[in-house]
Design a protein around this ligand. Sequence first.
Ligand SMILES: Nc1ncnc2c1ncn2[C@@H]1O[C@H](COP(=O)(O)OP(=O)(O)OP(=O)(O)O)[C@@H](O)[C@H]1O
Ligand SMILES: [Mg+2]
Length: 463
Amino acid sequence: MHTMEHLTPKQIVAELDKYIIGQDEAKRKVAVALRNRWRRQQLPDALRDEVAPKNIILIGPTGVGKTEIARRLSRLADAPFVKVEASKFTEVGYVGRDCESMIRELTEAAVHIVRTEMQRSLEGKAKENAERRLLDLLLPPQPSRRSPRSEEDDEENKGPVVEPGIEAEARTREILLAKLREGKLDDREVEIESSESASTPMMQVFSNTGLEEMGINLQDMFGKLMPQKTRRRRVKVSDAREILEEEELQNLIDMDAVVREAIPRAENAGIVFLDEIDKVAGRGGSSSGPDVSREGVQRDILPIVEGSNVTTKYGVVRTDHILFIASGAFHMSKVSDLIPELQGRFPIRVELDSLERGDFARILREPQNSLIKQYEALLDTEGVTLEITDDAIEAIARICQQVNEESENIGARRLHTIMEYLLEEISFDAPDCGEKTLRIDGPDVEQRLSRLIEIRDLSQYIL
Ligand SMILES: Nc1ncnc2c1ncn2[C@@H]1O[C@H](COP(=O)(O)OP(=O)(O)OP(=O)(O)O)[C@@H](O)[C@H]1O
Ligand SMILES: [Mg+2]
């Protein structure tokens, strides 16, 4: 079912290793927490309800991979996943996002996953139906009989009363079908009537507003109010096939069934990544002003993490077994500044390591999507082959370390600004220099960046 949940902790760590350098402890703990979801699913009912998820707090300086671990986990996981920023929430009654919206988003993610799964399993059937409709368009059924579309499938297969001419027609259909499948009719034109998609752009603009957070589905409301527009148009068979398949898929999918499966999926496999939890740390009482509302936000988050029922537009979702992974730099505050009840709900704490020169070099080189690979690919589109030598990478890593120490430590984020600065001219000139190989070595890096570093004030602005 969920491939991710079948992975062992070792395999999960191996997957994360492809993108994130170091931070082994965080990877291990995240992997175990995920595996525990699967273990819980194997338990007998009575015991299963007793096992609470072991929520995690990732603690560490900025730019060391906290969000990246969560982001990668979400890509790997077929589990419903949302990432929300705790600092964006406000207390109930204030303007802003209320905490329960994270569960509504999670449910939305679950519905999306289940719908995609179901669509995949219905694709064959939808293809068949679309093919049949295409045949009808190419060779309209004789008026004496009902169109096959309105008949039940098996009724049609049995073949109703045999009339003269029917067999001949059936044969023609077969021949036509073979041609259709071979793509020989792709360039012919047919006239199709297709309903205009219900989700017009206007709806999408609307659904980003706060209304959705109240669980009101505008699409449902307006979709029913507005007349279904249909449009007749002539299109090529190859296009018609796509349009009809899509339409058949929508007709076949049973949204009630999707929702029935999506809700338990969100409840039992869902993961909520609560970023920037440190920004709501701090308790009321000691000082006035914003702190009071921070504690308020914690008090609103608490019941969700402890387990409660949240109403979504798909129905009530129980949060008892949702896994929460919180994260924060905790520069200005400590985990112990969170209200005790919330601390208790996050039994697993992991401190991430700050990154050093050696890590920076590896981050530049190793991840599957490393910055260097990204720049190489981008410049390749211009016909420019970028070659960054090993000693260039070492030089970049050293400079990254130095700037982090001398101005502000922003971890691996510094690499982005350094690389951008380093490659600025090449990026600008690339389209004009034709097919070419550009080599950047250690001395090039030094030359380009050293002056900047000497003038510390300047490097603070630029790097
Ligand atoms: N250990 C790492 N391995 C590979 N890339 C990393 C690592 N740490 C950070 N990065 C890169 O640095 C950037 C910032 O990392 P990330 O968003 O995870 O920071 P963070 O720890 O969440 O910081 P913050 O506390 O500011 O939110 C990302 O683009 C990521 O690719
Ligand atoms: Mg982050």
